[in-house]
Design a protein around this ligand. Structure first.
Ligand code: ADP
Ligand code: AMP
Length: 210
């Protein structure tokens, strides 16, 4: 199963990707998590990406395409994978097509901009494994501690309301056109994102015919 999760920042891609990854036994590839890890480790990629991410802009396509090509060539991707946060532009989607990757489905998690702000102000992410929580909608078992790996939870620098506004603008301009791109390929599925987490998971699995 090769799956793409599309959706605005805060739509619930990371949350659903984690759940689906466990259910389907395939890895999740989150370009956001890979980039945040690169920034933490001060790699060349991290240094290139940081200013774009802090401003809510997209990291250049060539950087992302390089990261994803490398990651998809690893053995754990052989049985399939879930892409979370990639592609975000038409050139990124075209690069995936050109490398001969064909997806079973592209699930767009639909949500209105108005809902996003409260999601982002309540988001906490694990600084070690990248797992995503929400202080009220999806709290960890112990405050400030990741259920998955015991890492410390942090607030993402780009989750402040001003940067979120930018990210939404960028989403509508650059990423939303991908819905048309994948609709034309006949693999686009729309799922309501403004409902409890487990209901969204149920609808995604239904859309995948599971
Ligand atoms: P994305 O990866 O699309 O940016 P996340 O999965 O990190 O989004 O979710 C954004 C925030 O919203 C997180 O705090 C997450 O816990 C919370 N969240 C995710 N799905 C839902 C939902 N269905 N209802 C309420 N809150 C949600
Ligand atoms: P995310 O964790 O998916 O919300 O991504 C956080 C930030 O990382 C985005 O706002 C972008 O700056 C950058 N990023 C992640 N994935 C991509 C991508 N596919 N293309 C360009 N920039 C990306």
């Amino acid at each position: 199963m090769k799956l793409i999760l599309l959706g605005a920042p805060g739509a619930g891609k990371g949350t659903q990707a984690e759940i689906l990854s466990k259910k389907l036994g395939i890895p999740t590839i989150s370009t956001g998590n890979i980039l945040r890890e690169a920034i933490k480790n001060q790699t060349e990629t991290g240094l290139k990406a940081k200013a774009f991410m802090d401003n809510g802009q997209l990291v250049p396509d060539d950087v992302i395409i390089g990261i994803v090509r490398e990651r998809l060539s690893q053995p754990d991707c052989a049985k399939g994978y879930i892409l979370d946060g990639m592609p975000r532009t038409i050139p990124q989607a075209a690069a995936l097509e050109e490398s001969g990757v064909h997806f079973d489905a592209v699930v767009s998690i639909e949500i209105l901009d108005e809902v996003i702000e409260s999601r982002m102000t309540g988001r906490r992410v694990c600084g070690s494994c990248g797992a995503s929580y929400h202080i009220t909608a999806n709290p960890p078992k112990a405050e400030g501690v990741c259920d998955v790996c015991g890492g410390a939870l942090t607030i993402r620098k780009d989750d402040n309301p001003e940067t979120v506004k930018n990210r939404l603008k960028v989403f509508h301009a650059e990423t939303e056109p991908l819905k048309d791109f994948y609709a034309k390929l006949g693999i686009l599925k729309l799922v309501e994102g403004n409902q409890p987490i487990e209901d969204a998971t149920r609808d995604i699995l239904k859309a995948l015919g599971m």
